[in-house]
Write a protein that binds this ligand. Sequence first.
Ligand code: ADP
Ligand code: UVW
Ligand code: MG
Length: 375
Amino acid sequence: MRVLVLNAGSSSLKYRLLADDDTPLVDGIVERIGEEGGVADHTDAIDRVVADLTDAGLDDTVEAVGHRVVHGGATLTEPVLIDDDVIATIESLVPLAPLHNPANLLGIRASMARRPNLPQVAVFDTAFHATIPPAAHRYALPEWTFTEHGVRRYGFHGTSHAWVSRAAADHLGKPLADTKLVTLHLGNGASAAAIDGGVCVDTSMGMAPLEGLVMGTRSGDVDPAVIFHLMREDGLSGSAVEDLLTRQSGLKGLSGDNDMRTIEQRAGEGDEAAKLALDVTVHRLVRYVGAFAAVLGGMDALVFTAGIGEHSALIRRRVCERLGFLGVSLDEAANIAAVGPDRSTTISTGPTPVLVVPTDEEAEIAHRVRAVVAG
Ligand SMILES: Nc1ncnc2c1ncn2[C@@H]1O[C@H](COP(=O)(O)OP(=O)(O)O)[C@@H](O)[C@H]1O
Ligand SMILES: CC(=O)OP(=O)(O)O
Ligand SMILES: [Mg+2]
């Protein structure tokens, strides 16, 4: 079955048409959406996909469409055929994934309007994290916040964490069922996961894709007191604080730029704000790796993936340098050679392997789509 996959992230739209045997027939990415030098918004990005498929003469050959959907909430924990109820649920979760679910819905609606007779399947970032036990998914808040408002940790990037955990076990030559992994998905959004025997037991993102690591424009962890303080002292409204934490913070808040390539270049030229952005990013990563190694009771391997994880030798080096106590010993030649790989690479010679594993959310989504359509 030929599957078209639409993977809308906060800053990019990745798309791929996969043949029966997974060969990519059309493969593209629209980057820096809404930024200088990029297209204006996700609607323009979708137009680019349609044009690309049409130019290739393949638009009519699509047999099913797979949509990455970031937030599936408490009920959508498996890939599903999209109908009106599914759309309504995804829409109701927009406040919890404001940078993502609207883009995912745009893709779904555009695709359903153009091809109403094709099976359209939603694959959720949250699904892989549904196994996280209450000790890790509940916040220390009163029960009603959970029962009435679904306040809990959901976790994101699950499609990627699932894919790279299997690929990492393959690369190590170990059964996934016997492997404890910490996976770091470092893209524009970033999250860590603790995976025990293929089952996710903890992750750094929370109710929304806002908690945890430092991201392109998102703060990651902040003391909630910061929010009340700014509301009181600066008169910020709730939505102004939300905008501050989701769109004006992270790398962008610290340095003015949200693209890691630019920040690395500026830091290399001695720019203090860019250096601080790197320092805070690295420190937060080290903190989560240590915490998740403790959660797992030991780590068989550490995995780097996604845009920064796969391409930034600098971030990998700086994190690994601080993990000697966990059995990591960086192989710098392998680390540098791992830049831009299309296969997994080991970059630590210590007892604990560190792997660079290219993620493939599109392939993972296509497999899920075939399984749903096959029933
Ligand atoms: N060669 C590179 N060196 C450092 N960072 C890189 C490199 N290539 C891409 N990146 C970073 O990867 C991030 C985007 O990752 P990606 O996984 O594509 O994001 P998205 O969350 O939009 O899917 C950006 O911060 C970008 O600067
Ligand atoms: C959930 C999330 O943060 O996704 P992305 O990294 O693609 O923005
Ligand atoms: Mg992404």
